[in-house]
Design a protein around this ligand. Sequence first.
Ligand SMILES: *Cc1c(COP(=O)(O)O)cnc(C)c1O
Length: 387
Amino acid sequence: MKKETRLNHPDLVLPAAQNPPLIEPIYQSVKFTTPDVSDMEAIAAASAAGRDEGYFYTRISNPTVRQLELTLAELQGREDAIAFASGIAAVSTLFLAHLRAGDHVVVFKESYRPTRYLARDLMARFGVTCSLHAIEKLDVLEAELATRKTKLLIFESPTNPMLKIADIARICAAARSHGTLVVLDNTFAGPHQHADFEVDLYIHSLTKFVSGHGDVMGGAIIGSKALIAAMKRDSYELGACLDPHAAYLIQRGLKTYFLRYRKQCENALAVARFLESDSRVARVYYPGLASHPHHARAKAQMQDFGTMVAIDIRGDVSAFIRKLKLFKLAASLGSTDSLVVPVLSFFGRDLTEEERKEAWITPNSVRLSLGVEDSSDLIEDLKQALG
Ligand SMILES: *Cc1c(COP(=O)(O)O)cnc(C)c1O
């Protein structure tokens, strides 16, 4: 063979089964080969039916991505998962895979804004109707589910940005008794929580705590083998697949998931307690504080109260954020560094005055995402910025 040819056909170095690498390798290959056409046909047919019997094209499946999917499914206490290029790609694929013209879907005023947009605006183009509920008015939700055939309901807990705690058991019971697929966007709680509820599918943005370092995006849908298998074909034909390198980074991030998450929760509680004691802060919303309106529910259904804190300050939000040194003004959450955003301009613009009130959003609301820094430094930073 000439060198030109040889460079494109090196002998593959594959460790023996009894001599594996300690760390999951990155299969940065779009294609996988088989000896015979029939083998490839069998793999393709299995993939289309949602079965995991081999690899031929990375948009459909890839070992590094598969490793992550299985890790996530186990962490969330379910059988299987599909990974996506972003959290919202998981939501859009969920809607497109499950909803048809004439179907009805339920979202909440407290839902992540892009989820509301997809459900109310984008899916309306395809003849899907949507109603917007309030996470604290479950009587209204139950009445609607009983009288209006609803295909799918998606909710969050704790909610973004003001950290309301949904009554997960009651929502699941209402949806299930009327044959509505119940989906929990569990991003704010994290995939180690809420496994014990009768949720059909979990959504996660892996961009947040799961990867944890603010350097990679991803999403996932997690559920039973049957529900995931039924979505596989639509998922890979829609094409919002996770890249193997991103999957590797997320898998790497997961190794320290509990260390980071617990430290971030400790910081959130310390900061929330400080803020509650400071008269320059009008209100503190942290599910772990006894003063939180849903604290009892949080205590009953969560193992950890989360890494986010929302506050209403007495002064000007922009001035406060400008003075902060450690908390950086940036979108997103769950990374090792602490972040801050103004709530109204980030999350409240498409809500009416009444809807904002119901969502606990005021012009003075600020959302904090706690990192892994030393809590006394974070408290000092908040102290000087409030001054
Ligand atoms: C961030 C987020 C998403 C979307 O995830 P991306 O990775 O940014 O696409 C969905 N739901 C919730 C609750 C989120 O916080």
